[in-house]
Design a protein around this ligand. Sequence first.
Ligand code: HEC
Length: 165
Amino acid sequence: MKRGEKVVLGIIGLMAIAAVVQNQLFSRPTTGPAADKGIPFYTTASPELARHGSDLVRENDCRQCHSLWSVRNIMQSVPSPSLDGMGDLRTEAWLYAYLSSPAPQSILPSRLKPEYRMPSFASLPEEERRTLAKYLASLHVKDWYLEETRKSEYEKLTGKDDYKK
Ligand code: HEC
């Protein structure tokens, strides 16, 4: 075998190994409940609201503390609630009032140290607070995920596996 041929074979071999490893690491389950259900989070926002809302989330560094679309700043470890599915937890009016409050902890008390607490966004222009509230209210989770979360919370809290809808 010529030297050039050995190099080519070597490269093909490495690519094959890489493909196998990648498959192991990134393949999604092909059977079981997670297989066809996909990502449990979705938004009902118009493309325009989604764009404007995401811009505001980025500009205001919300991901420094919260995850959204399962993504957050991994350097931070603030134990804040996830923003995914927020629209199933709070109404747009509640979210607007919360973001507009000079003291968010008067609405939602916090056990965290002051530096980790939800900052006030009362100084943002009203239009931006409205957009953020509308965008957050458009974030939902699929029913099956909510049920699975409730079920696992129930089992954690009670130690029983007889959860009923
Ligand atoms: C410094 C960390 C931090 C930043 C930055 C931050 N938050 Fe928060 N947020 C929190 C914490 C912690 C809570 C839980 C309440 C508390 O401890 O004050 C919270 C609570 C919330 C809640 C209420 C959740 C519930 O249970 O109803 C919403 C909505 C929210 N934040 C949205 C945002 C948005 C939108 C931004 C960006 C504009 C943002 N937060 C930026 C830390 C943060």
